[in-house]
Design a protein around this ligand. Structure first.
Ligand SMILES: Cc1ncc(COP(=O)(O)O)c(C=O)c1O
Length: 396
């Protein structure tokens, strides 16, 4: 294929539907062999013809062709000018906060993955960055803490694990000079495109839905502006925060089925949310697709085609019943992650959000009895049988 044909084909793919883009947008058959999938370029370095004459790659900390395909695919799906991929979601978040300098201020949503405030308060604060935590579902409250000096507003929507939503468009209108950063891990670009809604930067733990098979850890940051992209690419090389070619390859493979997986995650989560809501031993269910969800109208406005595979609930009997329930499941796995084909259950207070401390956790609505379910792709009837037997064991 000539370079021109490749470019023309890519252009057509950029304009096509989500499933087509997820499979084809950034990937063309390998020019040397015709291999239909991108090879794993498992190399440290690249031969140069002469000093300063290379084929676009010089050293795999600065760039790798396999990782580049993943970055280009994510940039297309998230409507950015470019993307940078990382070895974990946390290193992606570290790179974004590294755009700030000593004395700079960032506003962070009160409910986010527990690792984000741990990074900010226990590590980045030591370098003189200042953080304010606020309920970002309250736009007025955000307006009160954003000043001319605020450089970043960091939100996660839906948030982990309460599913609380933040209106991305509304925040983008009051953020003053700050960059709006959206952690889009819970929905993936199949269900929400933050840059379309006014965000400057979107990020992912690709460990979750993007790769989707519980096989890797990874992170990605996607940029609306070339300047932010260039700055993070510089930081990435300087700090050595990169993704490996093999994990990138597995993530490219995961991305190709993102569309169908997200459809099934949404369908299954809806079925389980309705089942749990109707169960006499369940006191509360949080799922953005339920009419009872306090921000159901915003969910319908902000989400594309569905509300994702994550839900949280509380049993009668609070924390004691919740812990017993989690250890009584047989098909569903008690585990620390989310967003994969296997259904997984987590007790946020003692697992994913333990690092937050009890006071901040309770203020964020993460009660001791809350149980988080990452609904996978199994037959929903089998999942209900498992939930049913575990609830019976947990609540007398
Ligand atoms: C919403 C969200 N963002 C970021 C992260 C961190 O990602 P990783 O575990 O890949 O470092 C997680 C991890 O659970 C998460 O749930």
């Amino acid at each position: 294929m000539t370079e021109q044909t490749t470019r023309t084909k890519k252009k057509q793919r950029v304009d096509s539907g989500f499933a087509t883009r997820a499979i084809h947008a950034a990937e063309v058959p390998d020019p040397t062999t015709g291999a239909i999938t991108t090879p794993i370029y498992q190399t440290t370095t690249y031969a140069q013809k002469a000093v300063g004459v290379d084929k676009g790659y010089t050293y795999s900390r600065s760039g790798n062709p396999t990782v580049q395909v993943l970055e280009d695919s994510l940039a297309i799906l998230e409507k950015g000018v470019g993307a940078a991929c990382f070895g974990t979601g946390m290193s992606a978040i570290t790179a974004v906060f590294s755009l700030l300098s000593q004395g700079d201020h960032a506003v962070i949503a009160k409910v986010v993955y527990g690792g984000t405030p741990r990074l900010c308060d226990n590590i980045l604060a030591r370098f003189g960055l200042k953080f304010t935590y606020v309920d970002t579902s309250d736009i007025e409250a955000v307006g009160e803490v954003v000043t001319e000096k605020t450089k970043l507003v960091f939100i996660e929507t839906p948030a982990n694990p309460t599913l609380k939503l933040t209106d991305i468009r509304a925040i983008s209108e009051i953020k003053k000079n700050a960059k709006l950063v959206v952690d889009n891990t819970f929905l993936s670009p199949a269900l929400q495109v933050p840059i379309d809604l006014g965000a400057d930067i979107t990020l992912h733990s690709t460990t979750k839905y993007v790769e989707g098979h519980n096989s890797t850890v990874g992170g990605a940051v996607i940029f609306k502006n070339k300047k932010d992209y260039d700055n993070v690419k510089y930081l990435q090389n300087a700090m050595g925060l990169i993704q490996s070619p093999f994990n990138a390859w597995l993530t490219i493979r995961g991305l190709k089925t993102l569309d169908v997986r997200m459809k099934r995650h949404c369908e299954n989560a809806e079925i389980l949310a309705e089942y749990l809501e109707g169960h006499p031993k369940v006191t509360k269910v949080l799922y953005p697709g339920l009419d009872s969800f306090s921000q159901a109208a915003l969910a319908r406005r902000q989400h594309l085609r569905g509300h994702g595979g994550m839900l949280s609930f509380e049993l009668k009997g609070g924390v004691k019943a919740g812990l017993k329930f989690a250890s009584s499941l047989s098909l569903i796995t008690l585990a620390e992650s989310l967003g994969a084909v296997e259904t997984m259950v987590t007790h946020p207070a003692t697992m994913t959000h333990a690092a937050m401390g009890k006071k901040a956790r309770l203020e964020a609505g993460i009660t001791d009895g809350l149980i988080r379910l990452s609904v996978g792709l199994e037959d929903p009837d089998d999942l209900i049988v498992d939930l049913d037997q575990a609830i019976k064991k947990a609540v007398a």
